[in-house]
Design a protein around this ligand. Structure first.
Ligand SMILES: [Zn+2]
Length: 419
């Protein structure tokens, strides 16, 4: 029977060639990274578009159009769902399986704020390629810049430290040589109420930022309080990689960040876990995602002795809200896999937090797509436009008004290949 069927199939195939029948193109497109998709509501990373169709060739977005283009490409027919760029988590620490875990939640690019430079090097080439991949693209800081015994030295990674301002240019050069895409600095103001480790001095901070800028690279700063944030912005930081909650951002800081164009990655998902610790459970119960065991373990870890006054949580939201209202770029980052966070999942939690801080839906989506792409000058990530990678999410039509659609993507593409 099988043989007869095979024979019949062969006859049909030959006839199709002889008669020059049109080849159906609606077939399986999962194993091909060239296709046309539509009609869809397109959020391009900045705004909703008029166009309804997207053309992808060999993993690259080549065209957006109003009508279905007449092209000899497989056609993925949709029913007006939402198509948006894959998510970018602008603050993570990745090793091991983290790039795969991120991708499972629709995070197609991560920005690593401190990790093994070799891991970063190994994955750099993939950023400009569209081969079939089971991992997110990574951009990263490599080793951070911190004081001897400062924050960042406690994790067992042998971080070279900074002890005088004159050593800053060499410290920056070494990191760039080992593949750092930007310079990440840890700093705490000398009089800060919440000292969490020895810190480099203000002069060292300034010298490091200056050296990074002279080498044409960004300098971003880890801060955890208002006074340190003010110092970092005054010293010329391109971005703050955490929010803070000891007090809400005051007018002086808000105006200075606005006029300097300083961005912020508030990492509120992390702080929520520290200050309140309710959101993971709330969202997990409601959304019930399939979390791997490693993610559950990291979500259930705690920071230990952390009893903070209740108003700190409000300060956290208020800082983000004030900066957003002033036009300061807000980038979404989870700081996974710190205690109470997990790769992928916690970026979705962060987006929920951004909405709680008053960002409208489009701004929340922007914070996890084109905003980090622009801030870190990512060449092919975070936007739906000609020349961008086909890292895409297909969400149900409700995603035009409801963020929760992100918890259940209908499809995810990495480099134009559907996962
Ligand atoms: Zn971090």
């Amino acid at each position: 029977m099988k043989k007869i069927l095979l024979l019949l199939a062969a006859v049909v195939a030959v006839l199709a060639i002889v008669l020059n029948l049109p080849t159906p193109k609606t077939a399986d497109v999962a194993n091909d990274n060239s296709f046309v998709i539509g009609p869809v509501n397109i959020f391009d990373g900045e705004k909703w578009r008029e166009e309804k169709f997207v053309v992808v060739r060999e993993g690259w977005i080549t065209k957006l159009s109003m009508q279905r283009p007449d092209l000899d490409l497989p056609y993925r027919e949709t029913q007006g769902q939402v198509l948006m760029p894959g998510l970018i988590d602008a603050h993570v620490h990745v090793w091991g399986e983290a790039l795969q875990q991120s991708l499972n939640f629709g995070v197609t690019t991560v920005i690593d704020m401190f990790g093994d430079p070799n891991f970063l090097q190994q994955h750099k080439a993939a950023r400009a390629e569209t081969r079939q991949a089971k991992h997110a693209d990574i951009f990263g800081a490599g080793y951070l810049v911190t004081a001897p015994n400062g924050h960042g030295t406690q994790y067992g990674i042998p971080v070279p430290t900074l002890s005088e301002p004159s050593a800053a240019p060499e410290a920056v050069a070494k990191r760039l040589d080992s593949g750092s895409d930007f310079i990440k600095i840890v700093y705490t103001h000398a009089g800060a109420a919440y000292q969490h480790a020895p810190s480099i001095s203000y002069t060292e901070l300034e010298a490091t930022i200056k050296a990074a800028h002279q080498a044409q690279h960004l300098a971003v700063v880890h801060v955890a309080d208002h006074a340190s944030a003010m110092d970092a912005v005054k010293a010329g930081a391109d971005g703050l990689v955490h929010g803070f909650f000891d007090r809400p951002a005051n007018d002086e800081l808000v105006q200075l960040m606005r006029s300097n164009g300083t961005f912020i990655i508030p990492t509120m998902a992390l702080y929520e876990g520290m200050l309140r610790g309710e959101l993971n459970d709330e969202l997990l119960t409601a959304e019930n995602p399939e979390l791997p065991a490693s993610a559950k373990a990291s979500l259930n870890k705690s920071f230990g002795n952390t009893r903070f006054p209740a108003h700190f949580y409000n300060n956290l939201l208020l800082t983000t809200e004030r900066l957003y209202q002033a036009g300061v770029p807000i980038l979404a980052g989870s700081d996974a896999p710190n205690p109470t966070t997990a790769h992928g999942w916690s970026l979705l939690v962060e987006l929920d937090m951004l909405q709680r801080a008053g960002l409208p839906l489009e701004s929340v989506l922007h914070a996890a797509t084109a905003a980090p792409a622009k801030a870190f000058a990512l060449p092919h990530q975070g936007r739906i436009a000609d020349g961008m990678k086909a890292d895409l999410l297909l969400l149900d039509a409700g995603a035009t008004t409801n963020l929760r659609a992100l918890f259940h993507p209908q499809a995810v593409w990495k480099n134009g290949f559907e996962l």
